[in-house]
Design a protein around this ligand. Structure first.
Ligand SMILES: [Zn+2]
Length: 469
């Protein structure tokens, strides 16, 4: 590697894919890792988590996080086991949620390895977890909360400010000042229409913007989510069916409950029992309720006025036994359970148990990465592989977008709030989405763009117009 007087970004993950977000910033001898996400989805991506880390982890001065989703922070315990002991800076909400999701991630990986060993379907003998729950808990000791809007020097010559991204509780865009450049990392951007959270803050001055592109080639179809969910729940209620909702434990569960709450409050659907069957979702729910009660500035003012989900009959199942009891429960009822793309977690057991019955429903509520079971269900596959065998799908599968991601127009609107960037890097999206967004940014905003390849090093140009070097 050559030494550059200008800051250099290296895309270690999240380049031309939607998971594993990790960008190394080198500036004036400091090394800061922006996000530390786990690769998820297709097998070759999951195997990428096992690859040697391309930089000596002990040489990194600090990790800064945009938010607590696993694809942005889930590699941290692995980095810890590889020797990283520096600080991890994040907003208070992200610190709280990371304390929930990281141990859960370690626990899930231990469970999956154990299950694979017991059933003998792993290719590795014995199957190993990438990291354990204990590893994850130890990595939490590195976290230091930083409030929104308060600049923090995270390494010599590198100052970071967290601004609201409206994606999930605690989610931020990062304004990084280093070597007379300002680099703005979008993190995952929320939708201005998020029912609970306020929209993303404007960008302001930036030399380079690194923007996510999960929905870079698509506009959300704003179907009437209440109507779709209402019809599905009413249908299940009338035939004694069970509605299984694979939902990201953090935020998506809250948004699903927000819709159900509204439908029940208006008397548009029967007040069915609702089971939140994910210990992680329960703990996140507690964080959202707590933050609302304390009047967090991340919430919409109208949300602060009323107890969350007050109209619903919610049971939060804590133990494995309580979860298993749901297998024999007679419908109608609703199960909201993680993971959101059916890549693991308790929802797999519910899907395996319920998809074979045509009275039941599967409600998909978010982005389904290619290769995941959620994606296969969305595509209408009638056979899904779970726990080492095929399961016939007879249940109705319905998708409704309750996305916590900005779509193409919303990404462009946010970018338009930047004051004269010299370069826009488009990452954290599948290749087509990233290229499509990059093209539109060039056309509409007349700004040079790059879609970095994995591992690519990019020298950060000076403000407004020195362009690509
Ligand atoms: Zn996210």
């Amino acid at each position: 590697m050559y030494a550059s007087p200008d800051p250099v970004l290296t895309l270690l993950g999240g380049a031309r894919t939607v998971t594993g977000s990790k960008t190394l910033l080198e500036a004036g001898g400091s090394k800061v890792l922006v996000d530390c996400g786990l690769f998820q989805g297709r097998k070759h991506l999951r195997f990428a988590n096992w690859a040697p880390f391309p930089v000596d982890p002990t040489s990194i001065d600090a990790v800064v996080l945009t938010h607590a989703h696993i694809d942005h922070c889930g590699y941290l315990p692995r980095l810890y086991t590889l020797g990283y002991r520096g600080p991890v800076y994040a907003t208070p909400g992200t610190c709280d949620l990371a304390a929930i999701v990281l141990p859960d991630s370690g626990h899930l990986q231990e469970e999956e390895a154990e299950y694979a060993n017991r059933k003998g379907y792993s290719k590795h003998q014995p199957a190993m977890p990438l990291y354990t729950e204990d590893d994850a808990r130890r990595s939490l000791e590195l976290f230091e909360p930083v409030p929104f809007g308060a600049p923090r020097t995270v390494a010599p010559g590198v100052e970071v400010t967290w601004s609201r991204a409206g994606h999930i509780l605690g989610a931020a865009s990062l304004h990084v000042d280093a070597a007379d450049r300002r680099i703005v990392f979008s993190g995952d951007l929320g939708r201005p229409s998020h029912p609970l959270l306020l929209p993303p803050d404007p960008i302001g001055r930036a030399d380079v913007v690194v923007i996510e592109s999960t929905y870079g080639d698509r506009e959300h179809v704003d179907a009437d989510a209440d109507a779709v969910i209402g019809a599905l729940v009413a249908d299940a209620a009338s035939c004694g069916g069970v509605v299984v909702v694979p939902a990201f434990a953090v935020d998506r569960t809250e948004v699903v409950l927000w819709h159900l709450d509204r439908l029940v409050e208006r008397g548009e659907v029967p007040d069915l029992p609702i089971f939140v069957d994910s210990p992680m979702a329960s703990r996140a729910l507690a964080r959202y309720r707590h933050e609302r009660r304390r009047g967090s500035p991340e919430f919409r003012p109208e949300v602060l006025d009323r107890e969350l989900f007050a109209s619903l009959d919610i049971t939060e199942t804590r133990t494995t036994e309580q979860s298993i009891e749901l297998n024999t429960r007679i419908g109608p009822f609703v199960i909201v359970s993680a993971s959101g793309m059916a890549t693991g977690g308790r929802v797999l057991h519910h899907l395996a148990n319920r998809v074979g019955d045509s009275r039941n429903k599967v409600l998909l509520v978010g982005f389904q990465a290619p290769g995941t079971r959620g994606d296969q269900l969305r595509q209408g596959k009638r056979e899904i592989r779970m726990f080492g065998r095929e399961h016939r799908v007879a249940a109705d599968v319905v998708s409704v977008e309750l996305s916590s991601h900005a779509d193409r127009s919303e990404l462009l609107d946010w970018l338009a709030t930047a004051d004269g960037p010299g370069l826009v890097l488009v990452n954290h999206g599948e290749e087509d989405a990233a290229e499509s967004l990059a093209g539109e940014v060039r056309r509409r905003l007349d700004v040079p763009t790059k879609v970095p390849t994995p591992g690519q090093r990019i020298v950060v140009p000076a403000h407004a117009g020195s362009g690509q070097r």
